[in-house]
Write a protein that binds this ligand. Structure first.
Ligand SMILES: [Fe+2]
Length: 315
């Protein structure tokens, strides 16, 4: 069996507006474009991913919400129509995807051993949420790489940020263990927006970019501060600030994908590459890459995999 590898992690947000702006054949509503800077950012991310040739993409989505435990897609082929309940006018997407069920089961098992409640999703007619679909479409529109889809258990909201993110830390470390055990060469996708203050009314033409800007100054400044730290690889500081960022910028990162991803990567103090930043209905979105392979930190099973990242997570 090949040695397991986490090649890279992407911050890969999921506003359905990006799919709408692109007009792929799978999406029924058609647009005049819009949100180009973020879509061009994703074009660059696509090229980076293409060069990595991973076996599997793992995505944690805030919009597959499970009240009890952390769920994993567990049906090999899933297809159907995914509709955004908030923006059904923008996103009605016919998806068809292949799931790496063996890796998903290994993640669920490792999570259970770590003390989490985990469950495999076995409904063959399951409608995959728009967060998962948008992130996967934007990063790999060819849909030719198997995926592992992970739900967002709402513990950060039911309990509190600290306890909830501690669960996501466990989930990330379990994911790392499962990738090592199955020998996959994996890429991780954190499907999260940064500042999440948003407008409450949509323009008459949704893609009218003269109406698009940050919802408020504080949210924008928080995004710039966090992105700058990430670009410098000062990830300890990022995680130290995370609870305050979540609180003051209403950051969607609260739902856990970002923490899950960095826990799985063993919290590298590694500079991220920013592909681009833009707002969508006022929320802040960044497409970013932590390239572990390029940094020589991707292979699992060596000394790096045995070091316990616990304690690196603050907040
Ligand atoms: Fe969202």
């Amino acid at each position: 069996m090949a040695q397991g590898e986490i090649i890279a992690g992407f911050l890969a947000p999921h506003p359905p507006h990006l799919v709408y702006g692109e007009n792929p054949p799978q999406n029924e509503p058609k647009s005049q474009g819009g949100w180009e800077q973020l879509r061009w950012a994703y074009e660059r991310a696509r090229a980076a991913l293409d060069a990595m040739k991973p076996d599997v993409l793992l995505v944690h989505s805030p919009h597959w919400i499970t009240s009890v435990g952390h769920h994993f897609l567990g049906v090999r082929q899933l297809s159907g129509r995914s509709v955004d309940p908030i923006f059904p006018n923008l996103f009605r997407y016919d998806f068809s995807l292949e799931v790496d069920v063996e890796l998903a089961e290994a993640c669920a098992e490792a999570g259970r051993r770590a003390g989490l409640v985990t469950k495999m999703m076995r409904n063959p007619n399951f409608r995959v949420d728009y967060g998962t679909i948008t992130t996967l479409h934007m990063i790999r529109p060819q849909w030719d790489i198997p995926v592992v889809g992970i739900s967002a258990n709402n513990t950060p909201y039911y309990l509190n940020t600290k306890e909830g993110l501690a669960e996501m830390d466990l989930l990330g470390r379990a994911t790392r263990e499962a990738i090592a055990k199955t020998g996959r060469r994996a890429v991780l996708l954190a499907s999260n927006t940064l500042s999440h203050w948003h407008f409450h009314e949509e323009p008459a033409i949704p893609e009218d970019m003269s109406k698009e800007h940050p919802q408020n100054m504080a949210g924008y400044q928080w995004d710039m501060r966090m992105i700058e730290l990430m670009r410098k690889g000062r990830m300890r500081e990022v995680f130290k600030l995370l609870p305050q960022f979540i609180e003051e910028a209403f950051a969607e990162i609260k739902s856990g994908a970002f923490t899950w991803m960095h826990a799985a990567m063993a919290y590298p103090e590694l500079a991220a590459e920013l592909f681009g930043y833009g707002t969508v209905i006022g929320t802040g979105n960044a497409v970013m890459l932590w390239d572990l392979r390029a940094a020589g930190q991707s292979l699992l099973g060596g000394p790096a995999a045995q070091s316990d990242p616990r304690g690196r997570l603050v907040g």
